[in-house]
Design a protein around this ligand. Structure first.
Ligand code: NAD
Length: 360
């Protein structure tokens, strides 16, 4: 298969973790004989330094040409007080918009070696393996009218939660397709006892479900879902929800895994003519200025993002599973970075990446 990948290392530990993720990608391509083409672009603080803007036109063009984009992280303390158009994070938001990614996927899984890092009891977390699919372009964060108006005690803030059938339909189809390739269970989360948008959400999801007869669908109200995520996280396979509910629930889910450095993410858009799903893959964490340049960042979130890319953009489930197994093997033998509190000397970012490559 041809794998055309754009790599945007970004800032801080972004450059360190993507270096290891790319190494892993090269090993996979070599082992399974895929034709890998990697191009590199500028995004974030490094792009501001070199071009004056956080998302150069060249990067946008390269992202349109690539089948998938692997990003590190953006953000540098020196830009903390900069105007919005000169902030690294603006580049990332612009990239997500330019790529028209409408679904954010957060795989959440437990690793035996990290069970003690989770705040939940081991028996609750052991075996957790779910994906939270969050709608990314609609709902309360984008709806209009919005704003603050009026004065004194009449001053009023307004946001609008709005969804079209099209927006619900496309993200639901993606979630059902994912569920079909997994344990064939989809939980749709809404607040249909109170919100009209949720009533439409539920109606459309039920309709889409008819095209996926092999997938079992159930519905949970978001408040109950928040509770079930900590009471019985193993009950979930694919969780589908709208933008704000997903924002909140995915952070709750993230805690299950133990360390922020472990978490991958994928933002998916339309299918490309090549058959690959447009995808932006990045670890959940930021540029971590406090540990940048010290070769001690945990690269698993970035390497897990490569596994997600192989699976979601390219449909290479065997290769993705091999990367996940290799990460698990490295975790089990304790060759891990300081954030995972190993008993012996912590491994460096580079050593961890190398160990994953060896394990593959
Ligand atoms: P952060 O995720 O960068 O760091 C939070 C804490 O977690 C730090 O103590 C850091 O050392 C630790 N940490 C994060 N990733 C780690 C890893 N892989 N291995 C080991 N430890 C890790 O969040 P922050 O400090 O709030 O933000 C720093 C910068 O990153 C800011 O400029 C922020 O805007 C940006 N940011 C970017 C993204 C992104 O690019 N998607 C996401 C979040 C924050």
């Amino acid at each position: 298969m041809n794998l055309n990948v754009l790599v945007l290392p970004g800032d801080g530990i972004g450059t360190e973790v993507t270096r290891e993720a790319v190494r892993v990608l090269r090993v996979v391509a070599e082992k399974w004989r895929h034709q890998l083409t990697i191009r590199e672009g500028l995004l974030g603080g490094v792009a501001i330094h070199k071009t004056g803007v956080p998302l150069p036109a060249d990067t946008e063009k390269l992202s349109a040409e690539a089948d998938a984009v692997l990003m590190g992280a953006v953000g540098l303390p020196e830009f903390d007080d900069a105007p919005t158009d000169k902030r690294p994070e603006t580049g990332l938001l612009g990239l997500r918009k330019a790529m028209a990614v409408f679904a954010n996927l957060r795989p959440v899984r437990s690793y035996k070696a990290l069970l003690n890092s989770s705040p939940l009891k081991n028996e609750l977390v052991d075996g957790v393996d779910m994906i939270i699919v969050r709608e990314l372009t609609g709902g309360l964060y984008y709806g209009t009218p919005r704003g603050i108006s009026g004065e004194g005690m009449d001053e009023r803030g307004v946001n609008t939660m709005a969804y079209t059938r099209r927006e619900i339909d496309r993200v639901a189809r993606m979630a059902f397709e994912l569920a079909r390739k997994r344990r064939k269970k989809l939980t749709s989360v809404d607040k249909s006892n109170v919100l009209d948008t949720s009533q439409l959400w539920r109606r459309v999801v039920v309709e889409v479900a008819k095209d996926f007869p092999g997938v079992a669908l159930d519905h949970l109200l978001v408040d109950n879902c928040a509770m079930q995520l900590v009471l019985n996280p193993k009950r979930f396979d694919v969780v589908l929800t709208e933008n704000m509910f997903g924002d909140i629930l995915s952070d709750e889910g993230a805690v299950l895994a133990g360390s922020i450095g472990m978490l991958p993410s994928a933002s998916i858009g339309a299918k490309k003519p090549s058959g690959a799903w447009t995808g932006l893959y990045e670890p959940v964490h930021g540029s971590a200025p406090d540990i940048a340049g010290q070769n001690k960042a945990n690269p698993f979130g970035a390497i897990g993002s490569v596994a997600a890319m192989l699976e979601y953009s390219f449909g290479l489930t065997e290769e993705a599973a091999a990367v996940n197994r290799a990460m698990e093997q490295v975790l089990n033998c304790g060759k891990v970075t300081a954030d995972l509190r190993p008993t012996g000397t912590p491994a460096t970012t580079e050593e961890t990446g190398e160990a994953v490559c060896q394990a593959i």
